[in-house]
Each structure stands twice: as structure tokens, then as C-alpha cells.
Design a protein. Structure first.
Length: 529
């Protein structure tokens, strides 16, 4: 079908099911008129572009169905088999229904017919005649996938009752382990729940394999008719690679009350915004900075000597940093959250032609690497050590990367390298620190309007979106308010918070290829303790 702006009248068979309801909403959002065809299509709701057209697909004849769809430009079959009763998930009732629908579409002379199958109905590559649904491994992966979808689990509970409830229990157990939370006893119970649920799937074929293979067999209705032109489209993976968005409600900030939050580089810019925001919501805040004058001024402005602690500190000096952590622990008590914000930046050149013929023999300036790389590592080691003093409390380590962790930023060469290193450090630790009851996440701000941004840069940036320091501060405190969050790279852009890690992982088969993706994941599984 050629691309057109024409608004269509689209019939959806099975509009109130899980896939059908999503399709109806998407079609309406695009301005198309939708006709819902099922026994009770009105239960989906009302909309000026939605027309419920009740018809009992099981008892209606081919001619009656053809009449019901005769005025439609497109018919989409989202029909699903019975999930209860003596014909539940059966091969022949499903395939007979599809036969009726296809013949009715042909009789009605509908221009376009779309039949929605599923991944399980596909043939296995290089395996003659073998359907994906023939493998119990598929159903294990399928159940794991839908268990990760809150909407799908809720839908399954409504449709399948006890089976859906078991899926909810399985989902909760998977979430507890994935988010590395709960006591040792709770984790052991979660492992038992998962093992018991998956053992059933491995021991016997999933009942839904019958109708999945029927969906594959229904393709014969197209292959057998020379008067029908058809194209088989296999959508093997969701292509929507938009980043996962996060928002923080005002009520969530109450969770900061009483927490001890340590911030490096807290006298100005983003660091100052973090200190202000945490203090405003009742946290005990300790911060350090190399600028003692500004640091003391911030402490004075905040006023509460019992909940605000400042000390001059250079994070690239190990002894200096250890002393700061020790003083914070003594003054404010056990540390809950460490935000490693301190960093420096310099404009650099790749050559030094004005320094004489032997310029390349001069030792380069590595101060950016010392602060941003070594300093961040020092903060990390101190944080872990002091978190371990209170092992029963869930602690949060928040590292500061940058958009430069992902994107090239010449002429800030060592800055870009240092921020990429912070990303690597976070990723290397995110599977290990939860074992110590510690989470780790990275903040990656894009352009942020601080005093470090020159008028020249502002004139270049113009209308492009920029963050305020408070925007970045909010993202920085998110892990302290949601202690289950771990291993994320929060990209802050125009005041929005988005995680890059989930979508990078989800789309990895697209840019590595499916075979290399499988090999990489297996290699990581074997290598990571």
C-alpha cells in the first residue's frame, strides 16, 4: 500500500484483546475510523472514531461476517482463541475460525486484510518444517517476557484467573532478584518460586502451542489461493528504541528526609543545586569542594549546623578524601547516598605549535584525568567502604558522567575520555554492588545552564533545549528516592530524564546481529561472577 494521508475505515476483529486494544488506540490516534468486531466490542469504551459492531464470530456464517465487513477498507484479524472451556486453546476450532474470516474477507472484496500472528508461529531458520512453538525453550522465553510487562500480567489475570495469578507471583519473584532487593530469605523464596514455575514449563508443552501452530498453518489459506496476493511480514523484535522516561513526583522527595547524603563538588553549579534540593527536603547533607570560600558561604546560607556539613577537599587527593568521609560519618552518622559530582574540564589541543619544535616532548596536562577518573575511583572506593559499615541499609552510589560519556566532544579530549571511563566503571560494578546491598547509577547531563557556560556557547546553542541545575539535581537524587533502581545511565536533556541502558540492551541484536548478540550474552554470563 502506498503511503497516504487518507483516513481509513479499519475493522479490527477482536478489538478488546491485549493486542487488539493497543491497535485500536494507535489507529484512532492517527485519525482513522475503527470498527470493532466481536461479541462485545463496546466494552473497549467509547470514542467518536470508534464504532462497536457486535457479531458472534463462532455462530455467524461466512456470509453474515462478509456483510458485517463489506464497508471496510482494511480488516485486521486480532482474533484469539478461547482461553477457557472445552475448546480452550485448541488447534482445530482456531484454524476453522481463521478459515471463515479469510473467506468472508474475500467474499466482501475488502481491499486489504492483515492477519496478526505471533513469533511462536514462525519457522525456525535452517530447520525444515520446525515451528518455533515446537520448542519449550520458546515458551520459557515467552513467559519471562510477558512477566516483565505489568500490563500483560494484569491482562492475563483478568482473562485466565489462577494462571494469571501464578504469572503475577512469578513476575514479583523475578523483579525482586532483578532489582537486587529483599532479605536473604526473600531471595531464596524468590528463587524457589521461579524454579517451580519454570520447571512446569520445561516438563510439559505449553497449551497455547496448539493455537500458535494453528496460526502458522493458517498461512496455507493464502498459499493455496493463486487469486490472492500476500506478503508475510515477520516482526521479530519491537523496533521502538525510544529511551525509557522517568519522572519524579513532588511527594517522592519526602523519602529524602533524614537520609545522610554526601555530595562532592557541592559549592557551585549542579553540585550546589543537589545540596539545596536535598537539604530543602529534610536530608542531612555533607559536601566538599576545593573552593573553601564558596563552600562556607553555602553552608552559612543553609544555616542548620546540625544537618549541613562542609569541608574543603580535593577528591584527587586520597588522604584528603578519606578524611572528609571520616568526618562526615562522625558528624552526621552512617552515609546513605554518595553523589560523585566533582569534575573539571579544560579546552585542549592535539598539538602545541607555539611551544617550539620539540613541543611533543613536553609532558601533557593530566589534571582532568586525575580529578575525573582517579578522583571518581577514589570516591567510589570510599563510598563502598563506608556503606559497608551499615550493611543492612540499602545504599546508593551516584556517579557523574556526561553526554560526553556517549558522544564525542572535541576539543575536550581528556574530559570526554574521563567521562567515558565513568560509564565503563558504572557498568562494571552494576552486577556486583547489589550483592553488597548497594546500587550504582550514572547521571549524564546534556547542555546545562550553569556559570561555567560562556556567553559564546550560549550564542551557539541558541534555541536547543538545555537543563537547569535543578533538573540535573532531581535526576541525581532519584536513586536515593527509588532504591530499587540500579545500573542506569540517566541522560538529562532539556529537563527530561531518560535511561539509555535498557534500550541499548533491548536493541543490541539489531546492531550486533542476533548470532553475535547470543554469543556475547552467553560469554558475559560465563565471565561475570
Amino acid at each position: 500500500m502506498a503511503k497516504t494521508d487518507e483516513k481509513l475505515k479499519v475493522g479490527v476483529i477482536g478489538p478488546a484483546g491485549f493486542g487488539g486494544s493497543y491497535l485500536v488506540v494507535e489507529l484512532i490516534n492517527r485519525g482513522h475510523r475503527v470498527v470493532g468486531l466481536s461479541r462485545n466490542p463496546q466494552k473497549l469504551g467509547t470514542h467518536e472514531l470508534y464504532e462497536p459492531r457486535p457479531i458472534n464470530l463462532e455462530t455467524s456464517t461466512e456470509g453474515e461476517l462478509a456483510t458485517a465487513i463489506s464497508d471496510l477498507a482494511v480488516v485486521v484479524c486480532e482474533y484469539g482463541p478461547h482461553t477457557a472451556g472445552h475448546e480452550a486453546l485448541q488447534y482445530m476450532p482456531f484454524i476453522e475460525m481463521i478459515r471463515k474470516i479469510i473467506l468472508a474477507v474475500k467474499r466482501a472484496k475488502t481491499g486489504y486484510f492483515v492477519m496478526v500472528g505471533g513469533t511462536g508461529s514462525l519457522h525456525v531458520p535452517h530447520e525444515d518444517g520446525v515451528c518455533v512453538a515446537d520448542s519449550n525453550d520458546f515458551f520459557l522465553a515467552y513467559r519471562r517476557g510477558i512477566a516483565d510487562s505489568h500490563a500483560h500480567v494484569t491482562y492475563m489475570e483478568e482473562r485466565l484467573g489462577p494462571i494469571g495469578n501464578a504469572l503475577r507471583t512469578y513476575r514479583n519473584a523475578r523483579l525482586l532478584l532483578k532489582e537486587a532487593r529483599g532479605s536473604t530469605e526473600e531471595k531464596e523464596a524468590a528463587h524457589k518460586t521461579i524454579n517451580a514455575y519454570e520447571a512446569q514449563l520445561k516438563a510439559q508443552q505449553d497449551a497455547s502451542s496448539n493455537f500458535i501452530k494453528a496460526a502458522r498453518a493458517s498461512l496455507m489459506f493464502f498459499e493455496a489461493r493463486t487469486d490472492v496476493e500476500y506478503t508475510e511480514v515477520q516482526a521479530t523484535r519491537q523496533r521502538n528504541a525510544k529511551m525509557s522516561a522517568y519522572t519524579v513526583s513532588d511527594s517522592e522527595f519526602r523519602q529524602l528526609e533524614g537520609k545522610v547524603i554526601l555530595v562532592t563538588g557541592g559549592a557551585a553549579g549542579i553540585g550546589r543545586a543537589i545540596v539545596d534540593l536535598a537539604h530543602r527536603h529534610g536530608a542531612k547533607v555533607a559536601f566538599c569542594d576545593v573552593d573553601e570560600t564558596r563552600g562556607k558561604q553555602v553552608q552559612k546560607e543553609l544555616g542548620n549546623v546540625n544537618s549541613v556539613f562542609f569541608k574543603k577537599c580535593d577528591i584527587s587527593d586520597w588522604n584528603d578524601l578519606v578524611s572528609f568521609f571520616q568526618d562526615v560519618h562522625s558528624e552526621l552518622g552512617p552515609i546513605d547516598t554518595v553523589i560523585s559530582n566533582a569534575a573539571i574540564n579544560k579546552i585542549e589541543t592535539l598539538d602545541e605549535p607555539g611551544s617550539g619544535a620539540d613541543w611533543y616532548l613536553q609532558k601533557p596536562d593530566v589534571s582532568v584525568l586525575n580529578v575525573n577518573m582517579a578522583g571518581t575511583w577514589y570516591v567510589t572506593k570510599c563510598a563502598i567502604g563506608f556503606f559497608r559499615k551499615n550493611p543492612e541499609t540499602r545504599s546508593q552510589l551516584v556517579l557523574f558522567g556526561s553526554a560526553a560519556s556517549f558522544f564525542d566532544t572535541p576539543p575536550c579530549y581528556t574530559y570526554c575520555a574521563s567521562k567515558a571511563a565513568v560509564l565503563g566503571l558504572m557498568r562494571a560494578m552494576r552486577t556486583q554492588l547489589p550483592k553488597m546491598n548497594i546500587t550504582v547509577n550514572m547521571i549524564a547531563p546534556w547542555m546545562t545552564d550553569t556559570e561555567m557556560v560562556t556567553d559564546h556557547i550560549r550564542s551557539i546553542w541558541k534555541e536547543l533545549p538545555a537543563n537547569t541545575p535543578k533538573d540535573v539535581a532531581t535526576a541525581s537524587l532519584l536513586p536515593a528516592m527509588r532504591p530499587e533502581v540500579n545500573g542506569k545511565s540517566f541522560f538529562i536533556h532539556g529537563g527530561n530524564i531518560s535511561d539509555l541502558e535498557d534500550k541499548l540492551d533491548e536493541t543490541q541484536p539489531l546492531w550486533l546481529g542476533t548470532e553475535l548478540d547470543k554469543q556475547m550474552r552467553e560469554g558475559q554470563r560465563r565471565l561475570i561472577p
